[in-house]
Structures are given as structure tokens and as C-alpha cells.
Design a protein around this ligand. Sequence first.
Ligand SMILES: *[C@@H]1O[C@H](CO)[C@@H](O)[C@H](O)[C@H]1NC(C)=O
Ligand SMILES: *[C@@H]1O[C@H](CO)[C@@H](O)[C@H](O)[C@H]1NC(C)=O
Ligand SMILES: *[C@@H]1O[C@H](CO)[C@@H](O)[C@H](O)[C@H]1NC(C)=O
Length: 204
Amino acid sequence: MQLALQLTSVLICILLRLPNHLAISHNIEPWLDTLEPTPTPTPWPEQFHALLYMNLTSTHLQLSDLWYDWPKGRNVNIFQKQLGVVLYDIEWNNGTSFYYTLGANATCEVIDFGVGIPRPDFLDGAHYLGRVVTDGFLCDLWEKVEFIWYYEDVATKRPVRWDFYDGISTHVMTYEIGAVLPDSVVQAPEYCFTGTVNGNAFST
Ligand SMILES: *[C@@H]1O[C@H](CO)[C@@H](O)[C@H](O)[C@H]1NC(C)=O
Ligand SMILES: *[C@@H]1O[C@H](CO)[C@@H](O)[C@H](O)[C@H]1NC(C)=O
Ligand SMILES: *[C@@H]1O[C@H](CO)[C@@H](O)[C@H](O)[C@H]1NC(C)=O
């Protein structure tokens, strides 16, 4: 993922979309808190599958099959780039991620991020911004460390959308709690370890 710094434009964009009253902090109107407790984000289920529609900063689009699996310590994204390749992104809780494609022009990149996958409660401590309609759903909206803006359906508590600071926007199309990806799918191919496909070397 490209981590282009477009924080300012994203912030302005989000501020413009929010109704004005949301700009008023809850600390200034403490009586609001006594009427209704501030909503908190629902933790992620320990295992789920979601089909995601993503709009990248380049405005290129992709689908992703997200298979989050906390007990197995992995977070899998299988990206279908629009009219392009299928890119596997297998993230392990020990910090290692494998990015690879299959087929004739296969590639693989192994990256050690030094941090694990998101915990189910990774949104704890997020700052509540209020209620907004997005993608046609009435949502509670939180922001955490100016990194993620997270929209959760008020009625069902399912995630509807999240935006990253760099402008990547993700929309949740399906959400299956408890679905688990077979282990065989997440085994990185041999060339991730040898660095060659069909006798052609590539850098890992
Ligand atoms: C993708 O995001 C950009 C920037 O927000 C927007 O202009 C564009 O309309 C979006 N494309 C789609 C297909 O949603
Ligand atoms: C992390 O776990 C994966 C999957 O078990 C493994 O392939 C990888 O080598 C591990 N990385 C480290 C640094 O141990
Ligand atoms: C692989 O790359 C070659 C050379 O760029 C190209 O001609 C061929 O169409 C590619 N094959 C696939 C399956 O993408």
C-alpha cells in the first residue's frame, strides 16, 4: 500500500462532510454524555470473512477478500485489482507479511513489519465523532489517532466503511462472522523462499 501523505485533504474532506454540530466536542457539552453514553466500537469478531470494495488513493479500484483470524494469528487479503492481477497479502502475527501473485509472471515480496495483525479490540480508545449516513447506512463514526475513520451500522453493529489517513477508502460488501479460510490457501508459494519462478530470478 502506498502511504502517501494526504492527511490534510482527507481531514478537510471529512470535516466538510460532517454536519456542523459534530464539530462541537462532547467535553463542551457534558450533559449529552449523561443522557446517552458515548457509543464505543464493537470489537472485531475473532474470525470473520468480508468482501471489501476499495478505492485507492490513485482512484484505482480493487476488491478484497478479507479473512481475519485472530486465533490463527493471521490476516489475509486477497486483492483483485480492477482488470488486473490477483494479489495475495498474507499477514502473520509475528510481523511477517507475504505479498505474491500466481501464474506465469509470479512475484513475491516478504516484508517484516515488526508489528502483528490488528487485535480484535484495536479500535479501543477511538474518538467518537457522531452519527452520519454513509453508503446509505446510518452509522456511528469514530476516529483513531488520525489514522483510521471507522463507520459502524447503528442497527446491526456491522462495519460499513473505513478510511485510512492516506485516502484509501474501504466499503464492506459482505460480513460473515465465524468464517475461516482453509490453511492450504495461505501457504506462501515456494518461490517466496527461493526467489525464482520458471528459472527467472526476482528480488524478494
Ligand atoms: C474514488 O475516490 C475518489 C476520491 O475520493 C473519488 O473522486 C472517486 O469518485 C471514487 N471512485 C469510486 C468509483 O468510488
Ligand atoms: C512468521 O510466521 C510465518 C507463518 O508461520 C512464517 O512463514 C514466517 O517465517 C514467520 N516469520 C518469522 C520472522 O518467524
Ligand atoms: C507475462 O509477462 C510477459 C512479458 O511482459 C507478457 O507478454 C505476458 O502476457 C505476461 N503473462 C501473463 C499471464 O500475465
